[in-house]
Write a protein that binds this ligand. Structure first.
Ligand SMILES: [Zn+2]
Ligand SMILES: [Zn+2]
Length: 365
């Protein structure tokens, strides 16, 4: 536990030795002076023995959005908007945003927008910028079809650390299902017919940390491709974690996010019911004909998760590379070299033709 005075000092992000800027260091998980390397701890790890205790999370309530300033978080946070790609990012009042982390544009302006609901938890960065760049180089080397220019251009672009916003939902799910189970039978003539049987029942369970992206800047599928995040490493939100990084402000509200979470729970529950019926009756076919689901005890938390982003433009198109800031998992879309694709296709076709030719020759004997 640290004194309020120390917390206040840490908030200024200034090194007491040299006056340099304190930035969050993913290696030590502490604050590190950019200039002299002095390290300062700020996390109250001892309180929970280094582990986040299961804190009672805000009960789900859409009206919460109307109480945006209840934590005083709006006083500390400024919202910036990129006029080039439309991304809204948040930064503490001690730093100024000069470049959009999502598209690289410098058209970033401070707005009067409210920062919205304060994140309760976050996953701190564990991958450093240098490490992110190494991981990327390693990954792009393995991408044979990328245009050669991409590999060189990326040496110039720096990855930027951003915290992406998410809604994590917990809920108790109860369902009533009806299903048709098909058993294939063969008659003496060898014809197959299916015998159907009806089943119905209830299925209930708790779902926790159903994660929904709260950002529209990066497409959902792209974010999913750098999943998973380890939720066991969630830390209570602290401004120090954001020092040296930006955080995106959520553009998808909790209510909208919950609709996505509902359909995620629905499809998970349906496949679990299917699996349950398969294990029990071992049918050849299963059709869920009706599925009624009810969610109760819904709770949510607003969390931030780290990602390294690099954007570059090639022939007027913006490409983005993402690296999971916790696990180092890489995802990227890149301009494809159609010349390379064509050459490989021709080679594969030739190989197949040769194999067919040899095979036909051999079968002549
Ligand atoms: Zn210093
Ligand atoms: Zn932008």
């Amino acid at each position: 536990m640290y004194s309020d005075a120390k917390k206040e000092q840490m908030k200024n992000y200034k090194c007491k030795n040299c006056g340099g800027a304190f930035l969050f260091d993913p290696v030590t998980q502490k604050m590190k002076c950019e200039r002299c390397g002095t390290v300062e701890d700020f996390q109250d790890v001892d309180e929970s023995g280094g582990k986040l205790e299961k804190v009672e999370i805000n009960t789900y309530d859409f009206n919460l959005e109307e109480h945006k300033d209840f934590t005083g978080w709006a006083d500390e946070i400024r919202v910036y908007r990129c006029s080039s790609c439309g991304a809204t990012t948040t930064l503490d009042k001690y730093h100024i945003s000069t470049q959009c982390p999502f598209c690289g544009s410098s058209q970033v302006q401070k707005t009067n927008m409210s920062p919205g609901i304060k994140p309760e938890y976050l996953i701190p960065f564990q991958v450093t910028q240098t490490k992110a760049e190494e991981l990327f180089k390693e990954w792009i080397r393995g991408q044979f079809f990328a245009k050669s220019g991409v590999k060189q251009k990326q040496d110039l672009d720096r990855f930027k650390g951003v915290y992406l916003p998410f809604w994590n939902f917990d809920a108790f799910m109860e369902s009533y299902y009806k299903a048709r189970l098909g058993f294939d039978e063969q008659d003496s003539d060898g014809n197959t017919s299916t015998r159907w049987r009806r089943e119905s029942g209830t299925y209930a369970r708790d779902y926790s940390d159903v994660q929904v992206t709260a950002s529209e800047t990066i497409e959902h599928e792209r974010v999913v491709s750098i999943y998973p995040y380890n939720m066991k490493e969630l830390r209570p939100y602290d401004m120090n974690f954001l020092s040296g990084f930006t955080a995106e402000r959520y553009s998808i509200g909790a209510a909208e996010g919950f609709e996505t979470a509902k359909s995620m729970i629905d499809s998970r529950a349906r496949s679990e019911v299917t699996e349950k019926l398969r294990n029990k009756y071992n049918p050849d076919r299963i059709e869920i004909t009706s599925f009624q689901m009810n969610l109760s005890n819904v709770k949510y938390k607003h969390i931030l998760a780290p990602v390294w982003v690099s954007a570059f433009t090639y022939n007027g198109k913006t490409y983005r590379f993402l690296i999971n800031g916790q696990t180092g998992k890489v995802d990227g879309k890149f301009p494809i070299s159609w010349l390379k694709v064509a050459i490989v296709s021709i080679v594969i076709t030739l190989v197949i033709l040769i194999v067919i030719y040899i095979f036909m020759k051999m079968s002549e004997f």
